[in-house]
Design a protein around this ligand. Structure first.
Ligand code: FAD
Length: 374
């Protein structure tokens, strides 16, 4: 059913590119637009869990990710001072699929962008939409450069503050702050670090993941720091170093070896599972636009890629677009709800100072549920 259909995808991030790839492979005439004229992504690392690796395998990009990122058999949990507590219970999903991994976001984007370009998907940058009008058989779109066009389907993959959601889904609300903020630094690899490490038992949980042979990123979650003004990179560096003061193990190594030239970032967390329907006529939402989560389960990107695969599959077998969109939502809602709700719950446990064992087992149980197919 997709073959020959004119499809507009708003947002060329992880979910939008995954949708563009699969819809183009099925014969759709895809136009992908992104508001960023340079189509950039910031310089953090990203954790790619087993389910996310499985989704990327189905998208045909696993080998490139393995080559340019880092994969591991699992992650180890430590007490904040460096005492090893055990392994995180991460399920093995499929023959030949690593349990977990990581990659630098710019590399992941380049891998996906290369596939989008190789498929001949038309891409326009520095562009968004300013009006969407549903018709019986498609959507009339006005772009921010005042051009107008008609599409069979519009996919809103423009992330947590989605303009497509604001325009076409009045029953939905803005994502809500969860009370935590995430600090990240990308830097060279501690010499003894082989796979992911998670440090619990401190009021600020932290972790390190490999993203390439010689690179890692460290994350730390704190209660949200109210920022009435913009912090400079130097201030962020000093604040993160201070937050890491009590840590041992490789987190201590990162604290002592990070430099002011390393990429560093602080971001307050927000989340929202949007109520259905996730589609309105011939307009549909995907990724953080409709299931924005916090990074606790490191599954937001995986959910976006899975949603893109399911959207394409259901549209392809449906007799009419609204039928395919309803089937897409039916397959995705509970799984995405699980990720959003579990991630928020784990964040609350951390804010309440619950034990490393309780937090570790909530995370493990949450990840196990994602092992099931979608
Ligand atoms: C601190 C933090 C750490 C995270 N760590 C992980 C992790 O380790 N593993 C993991 O799986 N997930 C992680 N996530 C979640 C993950 O980043 C997201 O779930 C994922 O990127 C969602 O993909 P998306 O395509 O919906 O949005 P995005 O990847 O954000 O892409 C949205 C795109 O839309 C474009 N856009 C925005 N507005 C418009 C507009 N109006 N018009 C046109 N284009 C627009 C943007 O330029 C961007 O290219 C993390 C999230 C946070 C906040």
């Amino acid at each position: 059913m997709i073959s020959g259909k004119r499809i507009l995808i708003v947002g060329g991030g992880i979910g939008g590119m995954a949708a563009a790839i699969r819809l183009a492979e099925l014969g759709g005439q895809v136009l992908l637009i992104d508001i960023d004229p340079q189509w950039r992504v910031y310089g953090a690392g990203i954790t790619i869990t087993g389910p996310t690796l499985r989704a990327y395998r189905r998208l045909g990009l696993l080998d490139a990710i393995k080559e340019q990122g880092a994969i591991a058999a699992g992650s180890t949990i430590f007490r904040y001072d460096g005492l090893r507590l055990g392994q995180l219970d991460e399920p093995a999903l499929e023959e030949g699929l690593p349990a977990t991994g990581g990659i630098m976001r710019p590399k992941l984007h380049r891998i996906m962008q290369a596939r989008v370009k190789a498929l001949g998907v038309e891409t326009r940058l520095g562009l968004s939409v300013s009006a969407l009008v549903n018709r019986d058989d498609g959507v009339d779109v006005t772009f921010t450069d005042d051009a107008q066009d008609r599409f069979d389907l519009v996919v809103g993959a423009d992330s947590i503050y989605s303009c497509v959601r604001r325009m076409a889904f009045p029953h939905m609300a803005e994502a809500q702050p969860t009370g935590q903020g995430c600090w990240r630094v990308s830097m060279k690899r501690p010499p003894t670090l082989e796979s992911g490490e998670i440090y619990l038992g401190h009021r600020y949980p932290a972790g390190i993941n490999r993203c390439a042979a010689d690179m890692v990123y460290l994350w730390m979650l704190t209660p949200h720091v109210s920022r009435e003004r913009h912090f400079t990179d130097d201030e962020l560096f000093d604040a993160l170093r201070a937050n890491l003061a009590d840590f041992g193990g490789n987190v201590g190594w990162v604290r002592d070896n990070m430099t002011r030239d390393d990429w560093i970032n602080y971001r307050p967390l927000a989340a929202a599972l949007q109520p259905g329907p996730w589609f309105n006529g011939h307009i549909v939402l995907l990724g953080d636009a409709v299931h924005a989560t916090t990074p606790h389960m490191a599954s937001g990107a995986g959910m976006a890629v899975e949603s893109a695969l399911v959207l394409a599959e259901e549209l392809d077998r449906a007799e009419a677009i609204p039928v395919g969109l309803a089937a897409y939502q039916a397959r995705r809602f509970d799984r995405c709800r699980h990720v959003v709700e579990t991630s928020i719950a784990v964040g609350k446990m951390q804010l309440a100072g619950e034990s490393p064992e309780a937090v570790g087992s909530a995370l493990g149980a949450g990840l196990h549920r994602l092992a099931g197919d979608y």
